[in-house]
Design a binder for this molecule. Structure first.
Ligand SMILES: O=C(O)c1[nH]c2ccc(F)cc2c1NC(=O)[C@H]1C[C@@H]1c1ccccc1
Length: 232
């Protein structure tokens, strides 16, 4: 997170740290006791030997916290139309190997199921353990920032993303305040509801000419429902 601040501990009890061999890789968030939502690119380079786990209930990545619990992963379901070289369908479902124990610091986050766009100018928030400086500083504790949504037609102008943004994506302003590497997979939360997922392609951060791109969750509710139904 660039231009943000440390989050209040455990006030975002849905936040997940997706980890490879004990190291933070991407963000994610809890849908229910068995399932976490994240971004597909985060797991595209995983070597067969490495172990993916999901940390829930955390504020600090390193310090002991009674609410922290590291979960094994039973299955990874990247969207079937996601590809390493595009930002389309950058969405991933993670099934935990055991039911997450819910509590004050571990709670699911509702996500948008209805079609429709969040109005440009609406302030939403994004949180994560991604880099906090352009030089790549990695925070130990969860960071957050509030960002205004950018209307898709504006975001598709040539000075910005030049018709890259589909109706399955959301843009948010990126002037100084932005999500960045390591925040991918985390939720864009507007009025307590997850509307987007930080996309995980390598992207410049903090440059107002390149707004943040988020996968629009309401475009994927049928896919989410079908995976949850098939793999539960
Ligand atoms: O965050 C992303 O956008 C992104 N997209 C990916 C694609 C493949 C892939 F193998 C990884 C990623 C990845 N995450 C990262 O590089 C994470 C490792 C780096 C990091 C940043 C901040 C704090 C701790 C660790």
């Amino acid at each position: 997170i660039l231009g943000g601040m440390e989050a209040a501990p455990h006030l975002r009890p849905y936040m997940a740290s997706i980890q490879i061999d004990g190291k933070h890789l991407c963000g994610g968030f809890l849908l229910n006791e068995w399932w976490v939502l994240s971004a597909a690119h985060c797991v595209e380079d995983i070597s067969p030997g490495s172990t993916v786990r999901v940390l829930l209930g955390a504020h600090s990545l390193s310090q002991p916290e009674s609410s922290k619990h590291l979960y094994e992963v039973q299955s990874l379901f990247p969207h079937p139309d996601s590809h390493p070289d595009t930002i389309h369908h950058d969405i991933l479902l993670i099934k935990l190997s055991e039911k997450a124990t819910l509590g004050p610091a571990v709670q699911p986050l509702p996500y948008q199921r209805e079609a429709g766009d969040v109005a440009g100018g609406t302030f939403c928030s994004v949180a994560g353990w991604g880099i906090t400086t352009h030089s790549g500083r990695k925070p130990d504790r969860l960071q957050q920032v509030d960002l205004p949504i950018m209307d898709r037609a504006v975001c598709n102008q040539r000075i910005y993303h030049d018709n890259l943004i589909t109706d399955k994506m959301i843009c948010a302003e990126s002037r100084k305040k932005d999500a960045c590497r390591g925040d991918s997979g985390g939720p864009l939360v507007c009025n307590g509801v997850a509307q987007g997922i930080v996309t995980s392609g390598t992207r410049v951060c903090g440059n107002w000419k390149k707004p943040g791109i988020y996968t629009k969750i309401s475009s994927y509710t049928d896919w989410i429902d079908s995976v949850l139904a098939s793999a539960s």
